[in-house]
Design a protein around this ligand. Structure first.
Ligand SMILES: [Zn+2]
Length: 341
């Protein structure tokens, strides 16, 4: 009997070594210590045939073998579980040193960014932002702005007419008329928006472009107020060193009128490539609101005066970013626009 139990243990050890998976370990347990047909269970049943002394010794050894078998199988299963866990950890390992993946987000167009900056300056100076139609009647686009019937700006070669009475607006000055019709002075408004002219597209022209216009009407407003306001506006836009100059000019809706230049934001007036060596950059038109414009909206020019000034966003944007062609701003080429995120 004693040799037989030693043999059983050797057999079990051999079978144990061959098990390579969980299922095999379960089968091994059934085979050796299963309640119905386990090898050790069957061996226990033969003990009754032995003498009492041999039965005691063999029974003890069989019980030891049973404990050994159960302990070995448990150990094996624990090993399998540990191995599975280790494999899982390797599979799910996160390398925190890898560079992250950037989530592509949209961003604002450079002209929108510039427009917002200019709007913020106007608002900080007490102006309200006005928005209005891009299709206008001749009254808003020309008549009320004192543009005479024979003025070349009215020609179909310069203006996009929709019919005899309607056209795409040629300037944001149309918003002056809307604002003055809606509200009585004193008023301060800034009107940003798209305007349309029948220009042939080239590096510095596009048939659609952006303007911003400021208008102030009150009692006792003078040319000095215009100059002071424009100087302050330009300093807030380009920095406190910036200077301005006014050159007499003619626009039908102002009297007197002036072109505004400001010292180059790049060279501060010394002369560089951006300002073509002159030290100055043209900003746009300005002037005291023409009495005829005030009369067109029922404001008495003897009681109220005012000024207006405007600038084009596209060329300014092109200068600020060193673009040599403003059409780049409208082509919606994402590779180009991505630079401004
Ligand atoms: Zn310059």
């Amino acid at each position: 009997m004693s040799d037989r139990i030693t043999q059983l243990r050797n057999d079990f050890d051999g079978e144990l070594k061959a098990v390579s998976a969980d299922a095999g370990a379960n089968a091994l347990r059934d085979r050796w210590v299963g309640r119905k047909s386990g090898v050790i269970t069957a061996e226990m049943k033969t003990l009754g045939k032995l003498s009492p002394e041999d039965r005691r010794v063999a029974g003890q050894r069989l019980n030891e073998l049973k404990d050994y078998v159960e302990a070995e199988i448990e150990k094996l299963q624990a090993d399998f579980a540990a191995k599975r866990e280790a494999e899982q950890l390797v599979k799910e390992r996160i390398d925190v040193t890898l560079p992250g993946r950037r989530i592509e987000a949209g961003h604002l167009h450079p002209i929108t960014l510039l427009r917002q900056k200019i709007e913020d300056i106007f608002v900080s100076m007490g102006y309200e932002i006005e928005d209005g139609p891009e299709i206008e009647t001749n009254f808003y686009n020309f008549d009320a702005l004192n543009i005479p019937a024979n003025h070349p700006a009215r020609s179909p070669q310069d203006t996009f007419y929709i019919n005899d009475h309607l056209a795409l607006r040629s300037q944001t000055s149309t918003m002056q008329i809307h604002a003055m019709q809606k509200r009585r002075p004193p008023l301060r408004i800034a009107a940003p928006g798209r305007v349309f002219r029948r220009d042939t597209p080239d590096a510095t022209h596009n048939p659609m472009f952006y303007q911003v216009e400021g208008l102030l009407i009150d009692r006792g407003i003078t040319l000095g107020d215009l100059k002071g306001t424009v100087e302050e506006f330009v300093r807030r836009l380009f920095g406190p060193e910036t200077r301005t100059r006014f050159r007499p000019s003619y626009f039908p809706f102002v009297e007197p009128g002036a072109e505004i230049d400001y010292t180059c934001f790049k060279c501060n007036g010394a002369g560089c490539r951006i300002c073509k060596g002159s030290g100055w950059i043209e900003m746009g038109g300005s002037g005291m609101v023409h009495p005829n414009v005030l009369r067109a909206v029922g404001i008495d020019p003897e009681e109220f005066t005012g000024f207006a000034f405007g600038l084009g966003l596209d060329r300014l944007c092109a200068l600020m970013y060193g673009l040599d062609d403003i059409r780049l701003l409208y082509e919606n080429d994402v590779r180009f626009l991505e630079q401004f995120r």
